[in-house]
Design a protein around this ligand. Structure first.
Ligand code: ATP
Length: 200
C-alpha cells in the first residue's frame, strides 16, 4: 500500500488577525496543527542545549529570578549586538527546525493535509517549504482592539509590533487562500469550505 501524500499548509496573518482561532476550528475537524510560535517559546524554556547555551554565553542576566529564560532581557541584549543575534539564531533555529521536522515526520502520509501556524512565514522565507498558504485577515483597527482586549497591551505597543511585519495586503497577495475574520462572514463556514478543498 502506498502512503498518501500529505499536503503541508501554512497559516499566517498579522498580529491579532485570528490565526490561532482559525487553527482551533481546523483542529475540531481532526486536522493536525503545529503552532510554531508557541512551540518556539516552549523550546526556549525547556530545551537543554538552548538553556545551556544561554547560560554559557549570556549568563544569569538572560534568566528570571525563577530560573526561566527572560525573553525581554534576551531581546534587549541581542537587539544592540549583531554577533549575539547571529549566535542566538544559530542556537535556536536548528532546534526549532528539528522539532518541526520530528512533528511532521510522525504525521506525513497519515493525513490528507496538516497545518503549520506562524506569524512570520513570508518574512522568514519558511513559506517555501509549504505546499499551500492561507492568510487570515481582519481590519487593522479590529486586530488592535482584539489584541488590546486579549493581552492588555497598549495601541502603541501593538502598532510597533505590526510595523515589524509585512503588510497584510502583501501577505494576502502571496497566499493561496484567504480567510476573512472581520465578523461579517462565518469563520466556521469558511474553514469547513477550505477543509473540503484541501482534503480532496
Ligand atoms: P497573534 O498574532 O497575536 O498570536 P492571532 O492571529 O493568533 O494573534 P487570535 O489569538 O486567534 O489571533 O485572535 C486574537 C484575539 O481576537 C483573541 O482573543 C481571539 O479570541 C479574538 N478573536 C479572533 N477572532 C475573533 C472573532 N471572529 N470574533 C471575536 N473575537 C475574535
Amino acid at each position: 500500500m502506498t502512503a498518501r501524500k500529505t499536503l503541508k499548509v501554512g497559516i499566517t496573518g498579522g498580529i491579532g488577525s485570528g490565526k490561532t482561532t482559525v487553527c482551533k476550528i481546523f483542529e475540531t475537524l481532526s486536522v493536525p496543527v503545529y503552532y510554531a510560535d508557541e512551540r518556539a517559546k516552549y523550546l526556549l524554556k525547556t530545551h537543554p542545549e538552548i538553556l545551556k547555551g544561554l547560560q554559557e554565553v549570556l549568563g544569569s542576566k538572560a534568566f528570571d529570578s525563577d530560573g526561566n529564560p527572560n525573553r525581554k532581557a534576551i531581546a534587549g541584549i541581542v537587539f544592540s549586538d549583531k554577533d549575539k543575534l547571529e549566535w542566538l539564531n544559530s542556537l535556536i533555529h536548528p532546534r526549532i527546525a528539528e522539532d518541526w521536522n520530528h512533528w511532521l515526520w510522525e504525521r506525513l502520509g497519515k493525513f490528507p493535509y496538516l497545518i503549520k501556524e506562524a506569524a512570520l512565514f513570508f518574512e522568514s522565507g519558511s513559506y517555501r517549504e509549504m505546499d499551500k498558504m492561507i492568510c487570515v485577515s481582519a481590519p487593522q483597527s479590529l486586530r488592535i482592539q482584539r489584541v488590546m482586549d486579549r493581552d492588555g497591551a497598549t495601541k502603541e505597543e501593538i502598532e510597533s509590533r505590526m510595523n515589524n511585519q509585512l503588510s497584510q495586503d502583501l501577505k494576502m497577495a502571496l497566499s493561496d487562500y484567504l480567510i476573512i475574520n472581520d465578523g461579517s462572514l462565518s469563520l466556521v463556514k469558511q474553514v469547513v469550505s477550505l477543509h473540503l478543498k484541501l482534503k480532496s
